[in-house]
Design a protein around this ligand. Structure first.
Ligand code: ADP
Ligand code: MG
Ligand code: MG
Length: 247
């Protein structure tokens, strides 16, 4: 699904990723943990193709294709979804409008016919239901006045509608109370826990991993993966701290 080999990337001329390698197969859930400033979000943005994140070395293959050669919208159309640590507000555009545009833009890149209004609404209702989100909420402007938990749930509705192959979720658990954490965790499992899909969870804390069980846990420090283990590594990090474990 994804093969990252010796990836180097800079942000504002500062080297952040310094030889990061990681392989993710279909059907797997991987978690990346690491201290603040380690480069976790930089990894997500670099894979998503965000402007300003410059690749200075290494390769990334996504479903057998050179990912770095693709424009951000092409990466998305080919099945890469990036969930943001800080979802943006878009005043003046309703969430349903935004979701329909996004879904149809991707279908267009893939050469598929756009969803009709009825088809789209059916899909939106189904995914909103999974995330226990009221459709009325989705008629409001994108994220404007949404609580932290509502933003993350809405983002998971978006993920459900776009139906990606690989989801990279950057601190999707931040700002969630226990109930929202369970809903979001269940949503991720329902949408992404399939043999033809994979998930990369970027997180500071192990609590999301109680709901979305990772197959592999990696520690990112100083711009590379310094340790890989199973779910027990996340628990060890929680009790012993990054410094002890990553050293
Ligand atoms: P993490 O998500 O692991 O907390 P980030 O990837 O956000 O870490 O940041 C890694 C490093 O890159 C930090 O030192 C941060 O200050 C720096 N950085 C990130 N974005 C920028 C930017 N736009 N300009 C300058 N430095 C940045
Ligand atoms: Mg951070
Ligand atoms: Mg971050």
């Amino acid at each position: 699904m994804l093969a990252i080999n010796d990836l180097h990337a800079t942000v504002a001329d500062k080297a952040i990723l310094k030889g990061l390698s990681l392989q993710i197969n279909a059907g797997e859930v991987h978690a990346i943990m690491g201290p603040n400033g380690a480069g976790k979000s930089t990894l997500g943005y670099t894979l998503g193709g965000r402007p300003g994140y410059e690749v200075t070395g290494g390769t990334v293959t996504f479903q057998g294709e050179d990912l770095l050669d693709l424009e951000p919208h092409e990466r998305a159309a080919k099945g890469l979804f990036l969930g943001f640590q800080y979802p943006v507000e878009i005043p003046g555009v309703s969430f349903v409008q935004f979701l329909r545009e996004a879904a149809n833009a991707q279908r267009k890149v893939r050469g598929e016919a756009p969803l009709s209004g009825g088809e789209f609404l059916k899909l939106a209702r189904e995914k909103a239901g999974l995330l226990k989100m009221d459709m009325d909420m989705l008629k409001r402007p994108v994220n404007v006045g949404f609580s932290g938990g509502e933003k993350k749930r809405a983002e998971m509705v978006q993920m459900g509608i776009l139906d990606p192959r690989l989801a990279i979720l950057d601190e999707t658990d931040s700002g969630l109370d226990i109930d929202a954490l369970r809903i979001v965790g269940d949503g991720i499992n329902a949408i992404m826990r399939r043999p033809d899909k994979a998930v990369l969870l970027i997180t500071h804390y192990q609590r999301l991993l109680d709901y979305v069980k990772p197959d592999f846990v990696h520690v990112l420090a100083n711009g590379r993966i310094v340790r890989t283990g199973g779910p027990e590594l996340a628990l060890q990090l929680e009790t012993e701290g990054y410094e002890a474990v990553a050293a």
